[in-house]
Design a protein around this ligand. Structure first.
Ligand SMILES: Cc1cc2nc3c(=O)[nH]c(=O)nc-3n(C[C@H](O)[C@H](O)[C@H](O)COP(=O)(O)OP(=O)(O)OC[C@H]3O[C@@H](n4cnc5c(N)ncnc54)[C@H](O)[C@@H]3O)c2cc1C
Length: 373
């Protein structure tokens, strides 16, 4: 197929900012650019019909920190990096909530709860020992009093103690994406799916070549390609797949709000009288280092076991299951990359498991970088 004169000369002409990746980062980057420069021609493209990496496939945790994950991250990264990422997530969440109506994005602040069982009793002790110190740091970093509190009782089976974060809330992932997508359209940003970028050449303009041989010319190219960035550039970004299952509708759910277990490797929440459960990627890290949105049977079997034994205490039917792919760095680094790759070409990527909140912050940072050039 050849692209028509109209397609190349009208739909894709005179692009000031071409953003690759229609996930939360790409869409919000486009929105920030258009708000700053209302006359700019801003186009977002994606290889899929919509952002189909992580942004429409996540669990909708509007989260920034859990004790178990902080203690784990401190083993792999500097304290400065760990708390800087938490600060960015928290600020990002505030930006999302400041810009979009809670109802429109399905935000409900029910708080979150990390559970501990006899399987991770030591982690509970470490969590309790570190709680006050971490609260003091977070008070200074975020201006929030007593982020974490300990409780000794919980109605879920096998629980020996819990640590709560009162400042987190759950989002409806579908509503959030839809709201941001529609907001971008209303601003006049063009959103085109089905365009898979292969490479680009630089001359007078940047010429982006797609897999079906379309050439798109633009003045600035911004890659918001998260996990898939290493298919285009040499960057320290590894794909990291996650599996999700959703139960049947149940009267009187065993828990409401957001829950975590085992340093956040297991996470679940209520949605529409169901429980959505994701994670367990630590039982097959190699298998989940993948760009494909396949089912990992070993992990899904484990998630079903966990749903029955740890959440419901009885067997429930699983009615939905899917996977999504996020991006992490070597040594499990969760710090996003926001940088200029070369003149007029930029990158905003490497968002891991708490990337929803972070996305608003990353989108702001990349636009500030572009404006500072
Ligand atoms: C299962 C799962 C559960 C999660 N749960 C949560 C959660 O509860 N809370 C939370 O905060 N975070 C969660 N996350 C993480 C969060 O969803 C991501 O960090 C965030 O959505 C990343 O957004 P993004 O825009 O950077 O990437 P993406 O949404 O992946 O968007 C990148 C886009 O780039 C496109 N693309 C890539 N390469 C090309 C190319 N060459 N040409 C054209 N298009 C291209 C892809 O198709 C994709 O649509 C979860 C992630 C997963 C996978």
């Amino acid at each position: 197929m050849n692209y028509s004169y109209w397609e190349t000369e009208h739909l894709l002409a005179e692009i000031d900012y071409l953003i690759v990746g229609m996930g939360l980062v790409g869409l919000q980057t486009a929105i920030n650019l258009k708000e700053k420069e209302p006359n700019a021609h801003v186009v977002v493209i994606d290889r899929h019909s919509w952002g189909l990496g992580a942004s429409t496939r996540n669990a909708g945790f509007g989260c920034f920190a859990s004790i178990g994950e902080i203690l784990d991250d401190l083993q792999n990264d500097t304290a400065e990096n760990v708390y800087a990422t938490i600060r960015k997530r928290y600020r990002g969440l505030q930006k999302l909530l400041g810009k979009f109506n809670d109802n429109a994005i399905g935000y409900i602040e029910k708080g979150s709860c990390e559970i501990f069982t006899k399987l991770n009793r030591d982690e509970l002790s470490m969590g309790i020992d570190s709680l006050q110190g971490i609260n003091t740091i977070l008070d200074k970093e975020l201006g929030l009093e007593r982020v974490f509190t300990y409780k000794s009782t919980n109605p879920l089976p096998n629980v020996t103690g819990t640590i709560h974060n009162a400042y987190e809330g759950q989002l409806n992932t579908g509503k959030l994406y839809d709201t941001i997508y529609s907001f971008a359209q209303e601003l006049g940003i063009k959103l085109y799916g089905g365009l898979d970028v292969k490479y680009w050449n630089k001359g007078n303009k940047i010429e982006v070549q797609t897999t079906d041989n379309l050439i798109i010319k633009c003045s600035n190219l911004i890659l918001c390609t998260n996990a898939f960035t290493s298919q285009l550039l040499e960057e320290d970004i590894t794909p990291c797949r996650g599996q999700v299952v959703v139960s049947e509708r149940v009267d009187n759910l065993p828990c409401e709000g957001m829950y975590m277990f085992d340093k956040g490797y297991y996470y679940w929440r209520d949605i529409d009288d169901r429980i959505l459960l994701g994670g367990a990627r630590n039982i097959d890290v190699e298998g989940e280092t993948s760009y494909t949105m396949d089912t990992n049977e070993t992990i899904v079997t484990e998630l079903k076991r966990f749903m029955n034994e740890q959440i419901f205490g009885r067997e429930v039917v699983i009615e939905h299951q899917w996977s999504g792919v996020m991006g992490i760095g070597k040594g499990q680094s969760k710090t996003p990359i926001v940088k200029k790759v070369e003149p007029n070409i930029y990158l905003a990527a490497r968002l891991g498991g708490m990337g929803v909140a972070l996305s608003a912050n990353v989108a702001e940072e990349i636009v500030q970088l572009i404006a500072s050039e």
